[in-house]
Write a new protein. Structure first.
Length: 413
Protein backbone atom coordinates (compact mmCIF):
# COMPACT_ATOMS: atom_id res chain seq x y z
CA UNK A 1 0.00 0.00 0.00
CA UNK A 2 2.98 2.30 0.35
CA UNK A 3 4.05 1.83 -3.26
CA UNK A 4 1.59 4.33 -4.70
CA UNK A 5 2.85 7.34 -2.71
CA UNK A 6 6.41 6.38 -3.61
CA UNK A 7 5.42 6.13 -7.26
CA UNK A 8 3.74 9.53 -7.17
CA UNK A 9 6.82 11.00 -5.52
CA UNK A 10 9.00 9.53 -8.25
CA UNK A 11 6.73 10.97 -10.95
CA UNK A 12 6.76 14.40 -9.29
CA UNK A 13 10.54 14.29 -8.95
CA UNK A 14 10.91 13.33 -12.60
CA UNK A 15 8.64 16.20 -13.64
CA UNK A 16 10.72 18.70 -11.67
CA UNK A 17 13.89 17.28 -13.25
CA UNK A 18 12.36 17.55 -16.73
CA UNK A 19 11.31 21.12 -16.02
CA UNK A 20 14.84 21.91 -14.83
CA UNK A 21 16.34 20.54 -18.06
CA UNK A 22 13.91 22.52 -20.18
CA UNK A 23 14.48 25.63 -18.08
CA UNK A 24 18.27 25.35 -18.44
CA UNK A 25 17.97 25.31 -22.22
CA UNK A 26 15.48 28.17 -22.22
CA UNK A 27 17.67 30.31 -20.00
CA UNK A 28 20.65 29.74 -22.29
CA UNK A 29 18.60 30.81 -25.30
CA UNK A 30 17.34 33.92 -23.50
CA UNK A 31 20.87 34.91 -22.49
CA UNK A 32 22.04 34.64 -26.09
CA UNK A 33 19.09 36.81 -27.18
CA UNK A 34 19.87 39.66 -24.77
CA UNK A 35 17.31 38.71 -22.10
CA UNK A 36 19.73 37.74 -19.33
CA UNK A 37 17.76 39.60 -16.65
CA UNK A 38 14.69 37.57 -17.48
CA UNK A 39 16.60 34.36 -16.75
CA UNK A 40 16.99 35.48 -13.14
CA UNK A 41 13.21 35.60 -12.87
CA UNK A 42 12.77 32.38 -14.84
CA UNK A 43 15.11 30.53 -12.51
CA UNK A 44 12.53 30.88 -9.72
CA UNK A 45 9.72 29.17 -11.62
CA UNK A 46 10.55 25.59 -10.69
CA UNK A 47 10.33 26.46 -7.00
CA UNK A 48 6.53 26.99 -6.98
CA UNK A 49 3.63 24.79 -8.01
CA UNK A 50 2.32 27.50 -10.32
CA UNK A 51 5.71 27.86 -11.94
CA UNK A 52 6.11 24.11 -12.28
CA UNK A 53 2.73 23.88 -14.00
CA UNK A 54 3.74 26.62 -16.43
CA UNK A 55 7.07 24.95 -17.22
CA UNK A 56 5.42 21.58 -17.62
CA UNK A 57 2.89 23.09 -20.02
CA UNK A 58 5.31 24.90 -22.30
CA UNK A 59 7.66 21.90 -22.44
CA UNK A 60 4.95 19.50 -23.61
CA UNK A 61 5.80 19.87 -27.31
CA UNK A 62 2.91 22.14 -28.30
CA UNK A 63 3.60 25.47 -29.96
CA UNK A 64 3.87 28.53 -27.71
CA UNK A 65 4.91 32.15 -27.98
CA UNK A 66 7.02 33.72 -25.24
CA UNK A 67 7.21 37.51 -25.09
CA UNK A 68 10.65 37.95 -23.54
CA UNK A 69 11.54 41.44 -22.23
CA UNK A 70 15.14 42.44 -22.88
CA UNK A 71 17.53 43.43 -20.10
CA UNK A 72 16.67 47.13 -20.24
CA UNK A 73 12.97 46.33 -20.09
CA UNK A 74 13.35 44.21 -16.95
CA UNK A 75 15.50 46.80 -15.21
CA UNK A 76 12.82 49.46 -15.86
CA UNK A 77 9.83 47.28 -14.94
CA UNK A 78 7.55 48.22 -12.03
CA UNK A 79 8.29 46.16 -8.93
CA UNK A 80 4.69 44.92 -8.70
CA UNK A 81 5.29 42.97 -11.93
CA UNK A 82 8.71 41.48 -11.23
CA UNK A 83 7.82 40.52 -7.64
CA UNK A 84 5.54 37.75 -8.92
CA UNK A 85 7.69 35.62 -11.28
CA UNK A 86 5.00 33.02 -12.02
CA UNK A 87 2.35 35.63 -12.87
CA UNK A 88 4.88 37.63 -14.88
CA UNK A 89 5.82 34.61 -16.99
CA UNK A 90 2.21 33.48 -17.26
CA UNK A 91 1.20 36.77 -18.92
CA UNK A 92 4.11 36.55 -21.34
CA UNK A 93 3.26 33.06 -22.65
CA UNK A 94 0.60 32.47 -25.32
CA UNK A 95 -0.50 29.02 -26.46
CA UNK A 96 -0.31 28.51 -30.23
CA UNK A 97 1.76 28.98 -33.35
CA UNK A 98 1.57 32.59 -34.51
CA UNK A 99 4.50 32.52 -36.94
CA UNK A 100 2.20 33.08 -39.93
CA UNK A 101 0.17 35.75 -38.16
CA UNK A 102 0.42 39.26 -39.56
CA UNK A 103 -2.07 41.97 -38.67
CA UNK A 104 -1.78 45.68 -39.37
CA UNK A 105 -3.50 48.00 -36.91
CA UNK A 106 -6.41 48.51 -36.46
CA UNK A 107 -6.47 44.79 -37.15
CA UNK A 108 -5.16 43.02 -34.08
CA UNK A 109 -3.92 39.58 -33.13
CA UNK A 110 -5.34 38.48 -29.79
CA UNK A 111 -3.92 35.46 -27.96
CA UNK A 112 -4.86 33.83 -24.67
CA UNK A 113 -2.07 33.85 -22.08
CA UNK A 114 -1.65 31.64 -19.01
CA UNK A 115 -2.37 34.42 -16.50
CA UNK A 116 -5.48 33.48 -14.53
CA UNK A 117 -4.52 34.59 -11.03
CA UNK A 118 -7.79 35.98 -9.65
CA UNK A 119 -5.83 38.79 -8.04
CA UNK A 120 -5.44 40.24 -11.53
CA UNK A 121 -8.00 38.52 -13.76
CA UNK A 122 -11.80 38.23 -13.50
CA UNK A 123 -13.03 37.09 -16.90
CA UNK A 124 -16.06 34.97 -17.71
CA UNK A 125 -15.68 31.23 -17.28
CA UNK A 126 -12.47 31.77 -15.29
CA UNK A 127 -10.67 32.36 -18.57
CA UNK A 128 -7.08 33.49 -18.60
CA UNK A 129 -6.21 37.03 -19.63
CA UNK A 130 -5.36 37.89 -23.22
CA UNK A 131 -2.66 39.97 -24.89
CA UNK A 132 -3.04 41.85 -28.18
CA UNK A 133 -0.47 42.92 -30.74
CA UNK A 134 -0.30 44.38 -34.25
CA UNK A 135 1.97 46.06 -36.77
CA UNK A 136 1.75 49.85 -36.53
CA UNK A 137 2.33 52.41 -39.27
CA UNK A 138 6.04 52.56 -38.35
CA UNK A 139 6.41 48.98 -39.58
CA UNK A 140 7.12 47.59 -36.10
CA UNK A 141 5.02 45.07 -34.21
CA UNK A 142 3.69 46.66 -31.03
CA UNK A 143 2.11 44.96 -28.03
CA UNK A 144 -1.01 47.03 -27.36
CA UNK A 145 -2.39 48.43 -24.10
CA UNK A 146 1.04 49.08 -22.62
CA UNK A 147 1.91 52.11 -20.52
CA UNK A 148 5.46 51.86 -21.88
CA UNK A 149 5.48 51.22 -25.62
CA UNK A 150 6.57 47.63 -26.20
CA UNK A 151 7.81 46.53 -29.62
CA UNK A 152 9.17 43.22 -30.85
CA UNK A 153 12.86 43.80 -31.52
CA UNK A 154 14.00 40.27 -32.35
CA UNK A 155 12.62 36.77 -32.88
CA UNK A 156 14.31 33.49 -31.95
CA UNK A 157 13.23 29.97 -31.07
CA UNK A 158 13.87 27.30 -28.49
CA UNK A 159 12.34 23.95 -29.29
CA UNK A 160 8.60 24.45 -29.52
CA UNK A 161 8.83 28.06 -28.29
CA UNK A 162 8.83 31.09 -30.56
CA UNK A 163 10.47 33.85 -28.55
CA UNK A 164 9.60 37.48 -29.24
CA UNK A 165 12.16 39.79 -27.62
CA UNK A 166 10.23 42.88 -26.53
CA UNK A 167 11.34 46.32 -25.41
CA UNK A 168 9.17 46.53 -22.28
CA UNK A 169 7.84 44.15 -19.67
CA UNK A 170 4.17 43.54 -20.48
CA UNK A 171 1.73 44.90 -17.93
CA UNK A 172 -1.41 42.87 -17.45
CA UNK A 173 -4.66 44.85 -17.74
CA UNK A 174 -5.95 46.89 -14.85
CA UNK A 175 -9.57 47.36 -13.86
CA UNK A 176 -11.65 50.16 -15.31
CA UNK A 177 -10.67 52.87 -12.83
CA UNK A 178 -6.99 51.97 -13.03
CA UNK A 179 -7.07 52.25 -16.79
CA UNK A 180 -8.98 55.54 -16.64
CA UNK A 181 -6.49 56.98 -14.19
CA UNK A 182 -3.59 55.98 -16.41
CA UNK A 183 -5.09 58.03 -19.24
CA UNK A 184 -6.52 60.82 -17.05
CA UNK A 185 -5.26 63.76 -19.18
CA UNK A 186 -7.56 62.64 -21.97
CA UNK A 187 -10.51 61.63 -19.84
CA UNK A 188 -11.34 64.44 -17.47
CA UNK A 189 -15.01 64.74 -18.39
CA UNK A 190 -15.57 61.03 -18.84
CA UNK A 191 -13.87 60.05 -15.61
CA UNK A 192 -15.90 62.59 -13.69
CA UNK A 193 -19.16 61.26 -15.11
CA UNK A 194 -18.64 57.60 -14.19
CA UNK A 195 -17.43 58.59 -10.74
CA UNK A 196 -20.42 60.82 -10.01
CA UNK A 197 -23.27 58.77 -11.46
CA UNK A 198 -24.71 56.11 -9.17
CA UNK A 199 -26.89 53.11 -9.93
CA UNK A 200 -28.87 50.62 -7.87
CA UNK A 201 -26.80 47.47 -7.82
CA UNK A 202 -27.54 43.93 -6.67
CA UNK A 203 -24.61 42.15 -5.06
CA UNK A 204 -25.05 38.48 -5.88
CA UNK A 205 -22.35 37.38 -3.43
CA UNK A 206 -24.26 38.47 -0.34
CA UNK A 207 -27.77 39.18 -1.66
CA UNK A 208 -27.72 42.88 -0.81
CA UNK A 209 -28.78 45.85 -2.90
CA UNK A 210 -26.96 49.16 -2.70
CA UNK A 211 -26.32 52.38 -4.53
CA UNK A 212 -22.93 52.19 -6.24
CA UNK A 213 -21.03 54.55 -8.48
CA UNK A 214 -20.68 53.48 -12.08
CA UNK A 215 -16.91 53.31 -11.74
CA UNK A 216 -17.19 50.81 -8.88
CA UNK A 217 -19.67 48.66 -10.82
CA UNK A 218 -17.32 48.62 -13.78
CA UNK A 219 -14.37 47.73 -11.56
CA UNK A 220 -15.95 44.95 -9.52
CA UNK A 221 -19.46 44.19 -10.74
CA UNK A 222 -18.65 42.28 -13.92
CA UNK A 223 -16.99 39.02 -14.79
CA UNK A 224 -16.73 39.44 -18.53
CA UNK A 225 -18.21 42.41 -20.42
CA UNK A 226 -17.68 44.44 -23.59
CA UNK A 227 -17.91 48.22 -23.83
CA UNK A 228 -18.42 50.28 -26.95
CA UNK A 229 -17.24 53.64 -25.69
CA UNK A 230 -17.73 56.98 -27.38
CA UNK A 231 -14.60 59.09 -27.18
CA UNK A 232 -14.50 62.62 -25.79
CA UNK A 233 -15.20 64.23 -29.15
CA UNK A 234 -18.29 62.09 -29.68
CA UNK A 235 -19.70 62.98 -26.27
CA UNK A 236 -18.99 66.67 -26.68
CA UNK A 237 -20.77 66.60 -30.04
CA UNK A 238 -24.08 65.80 -28.33
CA UNK A 239 -23.40 67.64 -25.10
CA UNK A 240 -26.83 69.29 -24.81
CA UNK A 241 -28.61 66.00 -25.44
CA UNK A 242 -26.58 64.26 -22.77
CA UNK A 243 -27.52 66.96 -20.28
CA UNK A 244 -31.19 66.37 -21.09
CA UNK A 245 -30.94 62.60 -20.80
CA UNK A 246 -29.12 62.86 -17.48
CA UNK A 247 -32.31 64.36 -16.08
CA UNK A 248 -34.25 61.23 -17.08
CA UNK A 249 -32.76 58.27 -15.24
CA UNK A 250 -34.70 55.67 -17.22
CA UNK A 251 -33.65 56.94 -20.63
CA UNK A 252 -30.06 57.37 -19.51
CA UNK A 253 -30.05 53.80 -18.23
CA UNK A 254 -31.26 52.52 -21.62
CA UNK A 255 -28.76 54.57 -23.61
CA UNK A 256 -25.85 53.50 -21.46
CA UNK A 257 -26.89 49.86 -21.48
CA UNK A 258 -27.00 49.97 -25.26
CA UNK A 259 -23.23 50.42 -25.23
CA UNK A 260 -22.59 47.12 -23.44
CA UNK A 261 -22.51 43.41 -24.11
CA UNK A 262 -23.00 41.90 -20.69
CA UNK A 263 -21.42 38.62 -19.61
CA UNK A 264 -18.77 38.13 -22.29
CA UNK A 265 -15.57 39.73 -23.53
CA UNK A 266 -15.78 40.10 -27.31
CA UNK A 267 -12.46 41.01 -28.92
CA UNK A 268 -12.38 42.82 -32.26
CA UNK A 269 -11.46 39.77 -34.41
CA UNK A 270 -14.64 38.12 -33.11
CA UNK A 271 -16.92 40.96 -34.23
CA UNK A 272 -16.67 40.40 -37.97
CA UNK A 273 -19.87 39.01 -39.43
CA UNK A 274 -21.50 38.62 -36.00
CA UNK A 275 -24.35 40.26 -34.13
CA UNK A 276 -24.76 40.57 -30.37
CA UNK A 277 -27.52 41.68 -28.00
CA UNK A 278 -26.87 44.69 -25.80
CA UNK A 279 -27.56 44.91 -22.08
CA UNK A 280 -30.78 46.75 -23.02
CA UNK A 281 -31.83 44.05 -25.48
CA UNK A 282 -30.97 45.81 -28.74
CA UNK A 283 -28.88 44.37 -31.57
CA UNK A 284 -25.29 45.31 -32.32
CA UNK A 285 -24.27 44.56 -35.90
CA UNK A 286 -20.83 44.96 -37.45
CA UNK A 287 -19.39 45.55 -40.87
CA UNK A 288 -16.01 46.34 -42.30
CA UNK A 289 -14.53 47.96 -45.37
CA UNK A 290 -11.27 49.55 -46.49
CA UNK A 291 -11.76 52.49 -44.10
CA UNK A 292 -12.26 50.51 -40.94
CA UNK A 293 -14.54 48.45 -38.75
CA UNK A 294 -17.99 49.73 -37.76
CA UNK A 295 -20.68 48.99 -35.20
CA UNK A 296 -24.34 49.81 -35.83
CA UNK A 297 -27.25 50.04 -33.46
CA UNK A 298 -30.59 51.33 -34.67
CA UNK A 299 -29.98 54.31 -36.93
CA UNK A 300 -26.49 55.08 -35.62
CA UNK A 301 -23.26 53.69 -37.07
CA UNK A 302 -19.97 54.35 -35.30
CA UNK A 303 -16.44 53.61 -36.39
CA UNK A 304 -14.29 51.60 -34.01
CA UNK A 305 -11.33 53.93 -33.56
CA UNK A 306 -9.35 51.83 -31.12
CA UNK A 307 -10.12 48.16 -30.63
CA UNK A 308 -9.26 45.79 -27.83
CA UNK A 309 -8.61 48.00 -24.84
CA UNK A 310 -8.08 45.19 -22.36
CA UNK A 311 -9.47 45.33 -18.84
CA UNK A 312 -9.00 42.93 -15.94
CA UNK A 313 -12.62 41.84 -16.28
CA UNK A 314 -13.49 42.60 -19.89
CA UNK A 315 -12.64 44.57 -23.01
CA UNK A 316 -13.57 47.94 -24.49
CA UNK A 317 -13.59 49.40 -27.99
CA UNK A 318 -13.37 53.18 -28.54
CA UNK A 319 -15.96 54.48 -31.03
CA UNK A 320 -16.50 57.87 -32.67
CA UNK A 321 -20.27 58.20 -32.15
CA UNK A 322 -22.68 57.87 -29.27
CA UNK A 323 -25.08 54.99 -29.90
CA UNK A 324 -28.07 57.13 -29.05
CA UNK A 325 -30.72 54.42 -28.88
CA UNK A 326 -33.51 54.73 -26.30
CA UNK A 327 -35.24 51.45 -27.22
CA UNK A 328 -35.06 48.46 -24.90
CA UNK A 329 -36.16 44.84 -24.79
CA UNK A 330 -35.59 43.48 -21.30
CA UNK A 331 -36.67 39.98 -22.27
CA UNK A 332 -34.07 39.80 -25.05
CA UNK A 333 -31.41 41.25 -22.75
CA UNK A 334 -32.12 38.76 -19.98
CA UNK A 335 -32.24 35.80 -22.38
CA UNK A 336 -28.96 36.76 -24.04
CA UNK A 337 -27.27 37.27 -20.69
CA UNK A 338 -28.43 33.92 -19.33
CA UNK A 339 -27.13 32.18 -22.46
CA UNK A 340 -23.74 33.80 -21.95
CA UNK A 341 -23.70 32.79 -18.27
CA UNK A 342 -24.50 29.20 -19.22
CA UNK A 343 -21.77 29.24 -21.85
CA UNK A 344 -19.25 30.70 -19.42
CA UNK A 345 -20.21 28.14 -16.75
CA UNK A 346 -19.65 25.34 -19.25
CA UNK A 347 -16.33 26.84 -20.30
CA UNK A 348 -15.20 27.08 -16.67
CA UNK A 349 -14.73 23.33 -16.59
CA UNK A 350 -12.55 23.33 -19.69
CA UNK A 351 -9.11 24.65 -20.57
CA UNK A 352 -8.78 28.39 -20.07
CA UNK A 353 -6.39 28.79 -22.99
CA UNK A 354 -7.01 28.70 -26.72
CA UNK A 355 -4.42 27.16 -29.00
CA UNK A 356 -4.62 29.79 -31.74
CA UNK A 357 -5.48 33.44 -32.28
CA UNK A 358 -8.87 34.47 -30.96
CA UNK A 359 -11.32 35.15 -33.76
CA UNK A 360 -10.12 35.76 -37.29
CA UNK A 361 -6.43 35.67 -38.11
CA UNK A 362 -6.88 39.05 -39.78
CA UNK A 363 -9.94 41.23 -39.64
CA UNK A 364 -11.80 40.17 -42.74
CA UNK A 365 -11.99 42.65 -45.58
CA UNK A 366 -9.88 45.40 -44.05
CA UNK A 367 -6.87 46.00 -46.29
CA UNK A 368 -3.52 46.11 -44.55
CA UNK A 369 -2.54 49.37 -46.19
CA UNK A 370 -5.64 51.20 -45.11
CA UNK A 371 -5.41 49.62 -41.70
CA UNK A 372 -1.94 51.04 -41.22
CA UNK A 373 -3.12 54.45 -42.24
CA UNK A 374 -6.09 54.20 -39.96
CA UNK A 375 -3.76 53.44 -37.07
CA UNK A 376 -2.30 56.91 -37.04
CA UNK A 377 -5.67 58.57 -37.43
CA UNK A 378 -7.31 56.48 -34.77
CA UNK A 379 -4.72 57.20 -32.13
CA UNK A 380 -5.06 60.90 -32.73
CA UNK A 381 -8.84 60.86 -32.80
CA UNK A 382 -9.15 59.04 -29.54
CA UNK A 383 -6.60 61.23 -27.81
CA UNK A 384 -4.27 58.44 -26.77
CA UNK A 385 -0.52 58.52 -26.90
CA UNK A 386 1.88 55.59 -26.76
CA UNK A 387 -0.36 53.34 -24.75
CA UNK A 388 -2.74 52.77 -27.65
CA UNK A 389 -6.41 52.09 -26.93
CA UNK A 390 -7.66 54.05 -23.96
CA UNK A 391 -10.24 52.33 -21.86
CA UNK A 392 -11.03 55.47 -20.02
CA UNK A 393 -12.23 57.18 -23.14
CA UNK A 394 -14.85 54.61 -23.48
CA UNK A 395 -15.97 54.84 -20.04
CA UNK A 396 -17.84 57.88 -19.44
CA UNK A 397 -20.91 57.56 -21.38
CA UNK A 398 -21.84 54.14 -21.84
CA UNK A 399 -21.98 51.95 -18.98
CA UNK A 400 -23.71 53.13 -15.87
CA UNK A 401 -26.76 50.95 -15.68
CA UNK A 402 -25.45 47.55 -16.49
CA UNK A 403 -25.89 45.95 -13.12
CA UNK A 404 -29.66 46.14 -13.11
CA UNK A 405 -30.53 45.54 -16.72
CA UNK A 406 -30.83 41.81 -16.33
CA UNK A 407 -32.29 41.80 -12.86
CA UNK A 408 -29.09 41.92 -10.84
CA UNK A 409 -27.19 38.93 -12.09
CA UNK A 410 -23.91 40.74 -11.60
CA UNK A 411 -21.94 40.12 -8.45
CA UNK A 412 -19.42 42.30 -6.73
CA UNK A 413 -16.01 40.62 -6.62
Amino acid sequence: MKLLPLYLLAVATAAVAQNATFLDGLMSTLENAGATSLTQIASQLNGTSQGQYLLNSISNGDAYVLFAPNDTAVSNAPSNLTSSPADLFAYHVVHGNFSGQSTTYPNTTVGRTFLNDTTWVSLEGNKSQVVAWATRSDGNVHVLNQRNDSTITNVTTYGNLTIYIVSSVLEWPDNFSGTVNADAPYLDGLSELVSNVSQTFYNGSDGTTSNETVSRILDYGFKGFTLFAPNTTAIEAIGSSITTYEQNATLMQIILSNHIINGTSVYSPELVGKSYISAAGQTFSFHINSTGQYVTMGSVTARILQPDVLLSNGVAHVIDQVLLDTEENTGAASSAYMCRVASATSAAGQSTTETRAIGYSQTEGLASGSGSSASSTSSHSAGVAVRGPSAGQMAALGFTAVGVVVGGFLAMA
